[in-house]
Write a new protein. Structure first.
Lengths: 199, 666
């Protein structure tokens, strides 16, 4: 009899286990989305109670407002602090990166240091995947300026590597974007640093 | 370490969503990239991007770091500022994906739907259908999700194709269309090791769903398969354990204890499911009346953490087995222990409920989480060992709780985000003031510069030059185009000739001088005539250049004047925008706080309910134990009085008393 009375308890365990996706959430950190957050609840019916749904809708609405505000603030910040007619931005990009592992970039405009950026592993990986980092944004008067970029990192054979590049920049009326691209020169097994100006 | 785990999760989970959002267009490069990034468990297929707009690369920089809030902000701003014009469709797909990843289903759905028109290439439409299917699946609109998946024409690029079949199988499974789900899985072509594990998850889920449908034989086939997969890592091993446990319980329920035991014994002895497996192995033996054998796993369980319901159950199972073995004394002793343990546990749950009522639940959870990332795919990785959370493992594994927790966490992160912007708003105000002051300071200098320039006089001068040139040309006045030196010489010749005209004409010297003057005049005139055309051409060219320069000066003068007028207006426009920000930020922050608290209260309520359920379960266990205990005492008393005299039942020695049904509870 006791066994009979315990059986429902045991079967409740089965039910608990049967929520495969839900159990999986806690124990397997790298599940595919289908098994995790995105899976509709298996045996609990629709997950969301009315109270949950209404809260969820409120949260979604709020998040949307915050996201919109973020975008507006970002645009305002740029327009206010870096008007288009004086704006200069310097971007760093990388392609394969076999011959150079980037550690840091230092920038000087007209002999004045304007940026010194140390890259984390995560950021360096993002560059390798195709991301482009805006390492500096500032204001410059129209006319000719000198930009000195200094890259440090590990070159071929994991040796410390420093490389500088000097660029004459002609600043016109509109915003000026300069891309510093670190590329692999397979023939020489060396990295090369390419400067590209964008208007 | 938590960071690392989170990274893995995000890599595995987020990747498929975005993989072909960004890829598909460049399959060859995608393949190349896959080679390079072998260390990633599931590389972002197609990530190499030919960046044709720098700001698109800027968005990707943050996207690849899983910083979706920053990526979405920059993407929106770049779209507003027309900076990603070469990546219009990709940008929309990514934006939809980012909204989806941030839990904004409606916005994501709106964007994907907009990509479903005939002007968009089939490839993009297919991807949009796919993501819409995901959106609807996540919102539990399963029929819509199935329809969306059925609308995909041809194959999706890269890893999306197998993922589509997995999604399809999941959707069909939840629609109880199991046969179709299995067929969808059969079409699944796993990509690499991770693809295999995904397929296994799908089979596991379908198997479990079939068990619930009482289709044990069909389920057994799937679960048995998953229960024997290679387990090179913890994830695969855990899944294998789950499949074996699920199948074991299914066989037990179907009254096939031997089959149950075989699969249950595949579960690892130390693992998250080992307790349940031990309990079930005991029940399998018990079902075959092998109580001594059953005791072995149950006694092992009793020394484990009481938080686990399987351990709690072992406190009842052990005395039950003793009773079945007629060891009533030991059974009674174990029941007493069980009652005490359940009471102590219930008291601890009371403390947990109290702690949650005091509002510490979500703080305890979220504070334990170090990943500073908003996100739909965020999941709690490690539960803190706090009174508030100790009993909530199962609750926290539920969809609803996880979603609520994510909302709460996102609200807090957004509060921090707004707090950071709030500081910037002060800087914006300072900047507006600086603009005003700078303008006031520059205004006098600018005015004096403008005053010093008389463009009208310049224009008059230019006009005069034009008219003089015109006259010279009309009159064929070659001398008019002479250089200043030539004109000086010309006027000297004229002066000399005038003097000579008044002199004595008979004087041979005067005659000689007149002849010389005539010769010089002739030479000069010759030069004028000879260079006239060239001079006229040059003069015309110079006048034209003068005209251009004058017009440019006039244009700039107008621009400067306009800028001088516009600058204060633009500054005031900035001031207006900045002024509205702080109240908006404050308002939103207050609403974030209030909604966060509401979320906290709601989840606390759910948690307390869960704890109360656990307490009820413990109370039920306790009741069963008491009944069983009473029954043992009763039997002992009956037996003692039946034998006649001496000993009272409560002094009965443990063990040794025969009782066929001693452990029987009502």
């Amino acid at each position: 009899m006791l066994r009979q009375s315990l059986y429902p308890v045991m079967l409740s365990l089965l039910a608990l286990l049967a929520v495969g996706n839900a159990v999986a959430q806690n124990t397997a950190p790298s599940l595919p989305p289908e098994m995790t957050a995105s899976a509709p609840p298996a045996n609990a019916g629709p997950a969301a109670s009315d109270e949950f749904k209404s809260l969820d809708e409120e949260v979604q609405g709020l998040k949307k407002e915050v996201l919109d505000l973020n975008r507006e603030l970002f645009v305002l910040e740029e327009e206010l602090l870096f008007p288009a007619n004086t704006q200069v931005a310097v971007f760093v990009s990388m392609d394969v990166g076999e011959f150079f592992a980037l550690d840091s970039v230092t920038l000087k405009f007209d002999d004045k240091e304007v940026a010194n950026y140390l890259y984390t592993e995560r950021e360096a990986q993002a560059l390798l995947k195709g991301g482009v980092h805006r390492v500096f944004i500032g204001n410059l008067k129209a006319g000719e300026h000198e930009l000195v970029a200094l890259f440090t990192g590990q070159g071929p054979n994991t040796r410390d590597y420093r490389r500088g590049a000097t660029i004459k920049v002609e600043k016109g009326v509109g915003a000026k974007y300069i891309e510093l691209k670190i590329s692999d020169k397979a023939v020489k097994s060396q990295p090369e640093f390419i400067v590209k100006e964008w208007e | 370490m938590p960071r690392r785990r989170n990274t893995l999760l995000v890599a595995a989970v987020a990747t498929p969503l975005f993989a072909v959002v960004l890829g598909g267009l460049l399959p060859n490069e995608a393949a190349a990239q896959r080679k390079v990034k072998v260390e990633q468990p599931r590389p972002l297929v197609g990530t190499p991007q030919v960046v044709r707009d720098l700001h698109w690369g800027d968005v990707l920089f943050y996207f690849y770091q899983d910083d979706w809030l920053q990526a979405l902000t920059r993407l929106g701003a770049s779209q507003d500022l027309d900076r990603v014009t070469h990546h219009g469709t990709e940008a929309e797909l990514l934006k939809g994906g980012l909204y989806l990843s941030l839990g904004q289903h409606e916005e994501a759905g709106r964007i994907f739907k907009a990509l479903l028109n005939d002007n968009v290439p089939l490839d993009v439409r297919n991807r949009a259908w796919f993501y819409l299917a995901k959106v609807w699946y996540q919102r539990n609109y399963l029929d819509d999700a199935a329809t969306a998946l059925a609308s995909i024409k041809g194959a999706l690029p890269g890893d999306l194709e197998p993922e589509r079949h997995l999604l399809e199988a999941q959707v069909l499974m939840y629609l109880n269309r199991f046969d179709e789900a299995i067929r969808a899985l059969e079409r699944w072509q796993p990509v690499g090791d991770h693809g295999d594990i995904w397929s296994s998850y799908a089979r596991f889920n379908i198997g479990v769903a079939m068990v619930r449908q009482e289709k044990v034989e069909e389920a057994a086939e799937l679960l048995n398969e998953v229960g024997q997969i290679a387990a090179p890592n913890e994830e695969a091993a855990a899944l294998r354990d789950k499949a074996n446990l699920a199948l074991g319980f299914a066989w037990l329920k179907a009254n096939r204890p031997d089959d149950a035991k075989k699969v249950l014994q595949r579960v690892r002895l130390e693992g998250p499911l080992s307790n349940k497996a031990l309990l079930a192995v005991g029940w399998a033996d018990s079902a075959e009346k092998r109580y001594t054998k059953a005791l072995a796993p149950w006694l092992e369980l009793r020394d484990r953490n009481m938080l686990d319901s399987a351990v709690q159950e072992s406190y009842l199972a052990i005395p039950y087995a003793y009773a079945q073995l007629a060891a009533n004394g030991q059974a009674a002793e174990q029941y007493v222990t069980a009652v005490e343990a359940f009471a102590a546990e219930s008291t601890r749950i009371d403390q947990s409920i109290e702690a949650i009522r005091n509002g510490g639940l979500l703080e305890a959870i979220v504070d334990n989480d170090k990943a500073n990332q908003v996100g739909w795919y965020w999941q709690l990785q490690n539960l803190p060992d706090a009174p508030e959370t100790r009993y909530l493992y199962h609750l926290m594994a539920t969809h609803e709780f996880q979603e609520g927790l994510k909302n709460y966490r996102d609200l807090r992160l957004m509060q921090r985000n707004l707090a950071a912007w709030s500081l910037s708003v002060q800087a914006f105000n300072d900047m507006v003031d600086t603009r005003r002051r700078a303008f006031d300071q520059r205004q006098p200098g600018l005015q004096s510069t403008l005053d010093a320039v008389d463009l009208d006089a310049m224009e008059a001068h230019k006009n005069e030059l034009e008219s003089r040139l015109g006259e010279a040309e009309r009159d064929n006045d070659v001398a008019a185009l002479a250089t200043s030196r030539e004109q000086e010489q010309w006027s000297k010749v004229e002066q000399i000739e005038k003097l000579l005209a008044n002199a004595d004409q008979s004087d041979p010297m005067v005659q000689e001088q007149r002849e010389k003057a005539r010769l010089i005049r002739g030479t000069l005139m010759w030069n004028f005539n000879a260079s006239y055309k060239a001079r006229l051409w040059r003069a015309r060219k110079e006048v034209r250049e003068l005209d251009v320069a004058y017009k440019e000066a006039r244009r700039r003068w107008v621009l400067v004047g306009r800028a001088r007028e516009d600058y204060p207006a633009r500054t005031e426009e900035f001031a207006r925008r900045v002024t509205t920000l702080q109240p908006r930020i404050d308002g939103l922050s207050a609403r974030l706080e209030a909604t966060g608290q509401a979320q906290n209260r709601y989840l606390a309520q759910v948690a307390i309910k869960e704890l109360q359920n656990q307490q009820q379960r413990l109370a039920a266990y306790s009741l069963q134990a008491r009944f069983a205990l009473a029954s043992i005492y009763d039997k002992a008393a009956t037996s003692a009085s039946g034998k006649s005299e001496e000993k009272a039942p409560d002094n009965a020695p443990p063990g040794g008393q025969s009782s066929g049904d001693a452990g029987g509870a009502p």
